[in-house]
Design a protein around this ligand. Sequence first.
Ligand code: NDP
Ligand code: DGY
Length: 330
Amino acid sequence: RMQTIGKLMKVYITRRIPPEGMKILSSATGVCEVSMWDSDEPVPRTELLKGVQGAHGLLCMLSDKIDAELLDAAGPNLKVISTMSVGFDHLVLDAIKKRGIRVGYTPDVLTDATAELTVALLLATARRLPEGVEAVKNGDWTSWKPLMLCGYGLSGSTVGVIGLGRIGMAIARRLMPFGVKRLLYSGRTTKADAAEVSGEFVPLDTLVSESDFIVVSCSLTPETQGLCDKAFFSKMKNTAVFINSSRGAVVNQEDLYEALTSGQIAAAGLDVTTPEPLPTNHPLLTLNNCVVLPHIGSATYSTRGVMAALSARNLLEGLQGGEMPSELAF
Ligand code: NDP
Ligand code: DGY
């Protein structure tokens, strides 16, 4: 399953990547030799630990845990890690920093695609699209009925964005034209561009209790891990809709299940879960008021192509000691 493309500095790629990225790496034959786990499925850990041995560069995905064990397996050659993602919670930064390794990632280029998907998920969840599609197919659509499949609309609503970063802001910009009345946000710092969406910086508790829609778009950190738990959901309105397109671990899924089944909250839409994939027998998948997607926020052909190209450029520049187009400062 291993594929060797060129020679010189050793690069290991943990998965097949879109051709836009491969093209850049294959044209750098004077710089590096590339080995790739030639599959669309994740490389098994044991294979990964073998594959990285002696590598100067590593191009990885968000599903590869890059920790001290892996860095030790790679050995002292490793100069640069390029992840084909904007999220970097799968990288153990302390261990990476200690070894003086540079990190590239893919901010900005996936912001629009992810914001668009998040809005689609919000609308699908609030307006109960999966239930509607199912009703048409299974014959539950017997007539137009005054209260059939009613949901919640954005017009006149209060939206709360947890983490008004690049993607959070892009989501807010897209939601405002639906007639949102108030846009609340919370995080560590106020944002200068929040004025563009009339964003009000509020304490998390205020956001949770006053919002009709809560959108989680923060990064996963020790502080945000498990942030959306029993106490969080118990402060939400019974009519509120919860959306998460950041990382699954921001949510305590047992507490979310309880909130959805007890009527504590109206509905939830998740593009990210723990674990991924979510087992098909997971309790959340039995609920009509929970819409779960398979982590497809950035999944447009063009965005994935641009992400692959950016990861390849980050890797090559890092290997040559140059300026990486998107280097993570840490
Ligand atoms: P940014 O760094 O621009 O935004 C992250 C935001 O999280 C920042 O505004 C930051 O606020 C905020 N944040 C950090 N800590 C907290 C906290 N304790 N409470 C509330 N907010 C906090 O990153 P992006 O917008 O580009 O990406 C955000 C995340 O989205 C990624 O880390 C990734 O996990 C996820 N993602 C998911 C995708 C999907 O397919 N579903 C696709 C792409 C990204 P502050 O600046 O104040 O610290
Ligand atoms: C990321 O980039 O962090 C997303 O989760 C996938 O695009």
